[in-house]
Ligand binder design. Sequence first.
Ligand SMILES: Cc1cc2nc3c(=O)[nH]c(=O)nc-3n(C[C@H](O)[C@H](O)[C@H](O)COP(=O)(O)OP(=O)(O)OC[C@H]3O[C@@H](n4cnc5c(N)ncnc54)[C@H](O)[C@@H]3O)c2cc1C
Length: 402
Amino acid sequence: MDLSYSAASESFRLEVAAFLDANWDARAAAAAPDRREREAALRRKAVECGYLYRGIPRQYGGSEQQPDILKAHIIREEFGKARAPMEIPGVGVQMVVPTLLECGSQWQRDFFVPRTLAGEFRWAQGYSEPDAGSDLAAVRTHAELVDGHWLINGQKTWSSLAHKAHYMFALVRTDRNAAKHAGLSYLLLDMKQPGITVRPLKQITGDSEFCEVFFDNVRTPQDWIVGEPGQGWAVSKTTLSHERSGFIGSAATSVTLFGKLVELARNTTLNGKPALEDPVIRERLAMLDGYVSAHQYSSYRQFSMAAHGQDAGIAPMMNKLVNTRIADDVAAIARDLIGASLVVAPPLGKGGGNEKWVNQFMGSLGLAIAGGTSNIQRNLIAERGLGLPRDISTEFLSKAYL
Ligand SMILES: Cc1cc2nc3c(=O)[nH]c(=O)nc-3n(C[C@H](O)[C@H](O)[C@H](O)COP(=O)(O)OP(=O)(O)OC[C@H]3O[C@@H](n4cnc5c(N)ncnc54)[C@H](O)[C@@H]3O)c2cc1C
C-alpha cells in the first residue's frame, strides 16, 4: 500500500499550511478574550479560500468546492496540526444542514443554513422518547394543524445539549390513523417559547449533557415542516445517515485513544514494574492493537476507494460498531490498570490525571448507544449490508404495525 501523497497534493498541503501560518496563532487565540471572534474570522477566511464547508453552495455560506476527498483530508490534517478551528461542531452543521439541503424548502435553506454554519443557531435532535429509541417509528409526540400552526404535545428524551439549543428538529406523529411509519412528520421548532420545559438529566459522570424535553401546546408555523406531512420517516433517515457516517466512525479517534492507553500502561506500576511489561496486559494490548490496526487500514482502504469513486461495500457500515467496540475494550483495560482509584477519584472525570479515564470509561457506554445501538448496527449490517433475512423482532413489528 502506497500511502504517500502526489506532488499536487503536497503543494496543496503547503498552501493550506501557509494560510494557517498567516491567519492563525493557536497559543494567542487560547488566551485571548475575543477567542470566539477570532475563530469566526478564521472560518470566514477559510470559506473564502475553499477550505471549510466545501460541499455547501456559496449562496448558503459554504465554499462550494468540487468533491475531493484527498484535499478534505489534507485540510483536516493541517488544521489539526495548527490547532485551528474547523467547521462549527454539533448536530446543526453535521445533521440539520445536509438534511435541509436535501429535503428542505427554499426559505428553510435560506434562513437556517447560513446562520447554522456561522454558529448563530444551535440545534437539538428530538427523536428518542421514553418508549421509542431503537424502535424510533414508535414516537408518540403528537402535532396537529390549528390555525396555520402545528400544535405539539408530548415528550422527547436524551436530547443532547437541548438546554443550550435555539431550535429542535423533531420527529412527531401527525396522523394517528395512518400506518406506523406513514403517520410521522419532521418539524423544526423554536426552543425558546412558552410550553417547552427542558430538564437536563444528570449523568453517571456528574455532567448534564442531555435532557428531557416536554411539549405542552407548543407551536411551530405550518411551513416549518421538512418534506410533506407523512414523509417524516424518510427525512429522518436522511439525517441519521449523516449522523452514522459522520462523526462517530473515524478510525483516527481509535488510534489516538489506543496510544493514550499504551501511555497509561507505561506509567502505571503493576507488581513493582511498569504495567506495560506485565505479560497479561501485554497480551491484551497486543490483541487490541490488532483490532485498531485493522480498523485503521480498513479506513485507509475506504478512503482510497472513495477517492477513486469506488463503492467500499459494507465497510463504511462497520465503522461506528468497530469504533465503539474499541473504545469499550480500551475502557476495560484502563479500568483494570487504574483499579480502585477509578471509583475514589473525586470529582468524577475531572482533573488531568488518571481521573479522566473515568469519563472515558463511562462515556464509552454512551457512545455505543448514541446514533443507534451496537445491536441495531449489527442488524443493519446483516440485513442491508449482507442481505440476510430480517431480524425476527422487526419482522414481527412490521407485520403487526405497518
Ligand atoms: C450519549 C447519547 C446521546 C444521545 N443523544 C440523543 C439526541 O440528541 N437526540 C435523540 O433523539 N436521542 C439521543 N440519544 C438516544 C439514542 O438514540 C437512544 O438511546 C438509542 O436509539 C437507543 O434507544 P433506547 O435508549 O430507547 O434503548 P432501547 O431501544 O430500549 O434498547 C434497549 C436495548 O435493547 C436492544 N434492542 C432493541 N431493539 C433491538 C432489536 N431489534 N434487535 C436487537 N437488540 C435490540 C438495544 O440494542 C439495547 O441494548 C442519545 C443517547 C446517548 C447514549
